[in-house]
Ligand binder design. Structure first.
Ligand code: PMP
Ligand code: GLN
Length: 392
């Protein structure tokens, strides 16, 4: 910029340690190099055309002005019906469900609503990259607790040890990005027992709730009364209906928590785009799309895992989500010894497949020789990636 007044105001960053997200970095590199993008988590296939038609119909019907602040009632009612049918939780759509601009906004808004400066918020690492900066923006102190190394299972001894009188909230995420692990019923019961004598709130990030494989049920916090009573339960239509770019999600929380959530939400985004809400409400009448999603993604997981099984990548378990983690330490190439992040850059540029280093999900950049692939891709995309990966 060539401005007449050269004085530049001094600015102290609110997030001094934050750069551009790894997902944006790797997607940009994949498109610059023409690599198959198995990095950032999003489908490379389209959503159901009926859903797109429903948006068009909503726009043509004149649903183009501000919706009510908490979201249109039919969508909140559809969510309430679904959560009761699937998880047995009865919630009031008028006071306990809010439509958000995706899960990312939901989590930030929940934190801004409940965290006072100096409050501690526990995250379980590796964790989605927005959590810690969100806690910091709310003035909170992130407390990082490691999931069990190797298995990524929750370690309740470590979680218990991290709880102090300053702990305001704990963020959990099952099915888990990036590891693909899924919390069991006994995990959720252990968490319920642990939190029972405390005032710790729970933010349960359940955006992959319909991607749990091998016949396991999703153990939503909504199934556990002691957790639901203290939880913001976060869902995202982006994952469930293959529309990550729509950025529409929901938060379910008891009325007292929802009231605080909405105080922030109304001055944060105020509302979420109207035609998409109408389309989603109409589309949700049919349970088939989310009922059939586990089988849809399980087939892709199996295809991708079968292809990787004959390579030197070591497969980690994958119980849920559309991510598959692999250990790179047994590869035949010398680049296997690069730090994970550099290895992913090399893999994208030289082998033509983009992936995400697990170190990006740790505050201290912990490097365990593991990278993450996204298999929410057309079969031919996965086959092309597998052909390239077989060279290693
Ligand atoms: N949480 C997790 C664990 C995620 O993987 C994602 C995916 N982007 C989000 C939250 C954000 O979802 P949304 O796109 O609805 O904001
Ligand atoms: N959740 C997606 C992932 O983990 C990416 C979302 C984003 O780009 N912020 O890949």
């Amino acid at each position: 910029m060539n401005l007449p007044n050269p004085h530049t105001p001094v600015l102290t960053s609110r997030l001094p340690r934050v750069g551009t997200t790894i997902f944006t970095v790797m997607s940009t590199l994949a498109s610059e190099t023409g690599a198959v993008n198995l990095g950032q988590g999003f489908p490379d296939f389209d959503c159901d055309p009926a859903l797109v038609n429903a948006v068009t119909a909503a726009m043509q019907a004149g649903h183009n002005q501000y919706p009510p602040m908490p979201g249109i009632l039919p969508l909140r009612q559809a969510m309430a019906a679904k959560v009761e049918a699937l998880y047995g939780l009865r919630c009031d759509p008028s006071t306990e469900i809010t439509v958000t601009a995706g899960a990312t906004q939901a989590i930030l808004t929940a934190l801004l609503a409940v965290v006072h400066p100096g409050d501690e918020v526990i995250v379980l690492e590796p964790c989605y990259d927005s959590y810690v900066p969100n806690i910091e923006l709310a003035g909170g102190i992130p407390v990082r607790v490691s999931l069990t190394p190797g298995s990524f299972r929750p370690d309740f001894g470590r979680i218990a040890a991290a709880i102090t009188p300053r702990t305001r909230a704990l963020i959990i995420n099952s099915p888990h990005n990036p590891s693909g692990m899924v919390w069991s019923e006994s995990d959720m019961l252990a968490l319920q027992a642990l939190l029972a004598p405390t005032d710790v709130l729970l933010i349960s990030d359940e955006v992959y709730e319909h991607m749990v494989f091998d016949g396991q049920p999703h153990q939503s916090a909504a199934r556990f009364p002691g957790l639901a009573a203290r939880a913001f339960i976060v869902s995202s239509f982006g994952k469930t209906y293959h529309v990550t770019g729509w950025k529409v999600g929901t938060v379910i929380a008891p009325a007292t928590l929802t009231a605080e959530f909405r105080k922030v939400h109304q001055f944060n985004v105020f509302t979420v785009n109207t035609p998409m809400q109408h389309a989603l409400a109409a589309y949700m009448v049919d349970p088939a799309p989310y009922r059939d999603l586990p089988a849809f993604y399980q087939r892709k997981r199996d295809l991708f895992r079968a292809g990787l099984a004959s390579t030197r990548f070591r497969l980690l378990p994958g119980e849920g989500t559309y991510f598959q983690c692999v250990d790179i330490s047994g590869l035949s190439v010398p680049e296997r010894d690069l730090p994970e992040a550099d290895f992913c850059q090399w893999l994208t540029r030289e082998i033509g497949v983009a992936a995400i280093p697990l170190s990006a999900f740790y505050g201290d950049g912990f490097d365990q020789r593991v990278i993450r692939f996204c298999f929410a891709k057309r079969d031919d995309t996965l086959q092309q990636a597998l052909q390239r990966l077989a060279r290693l």
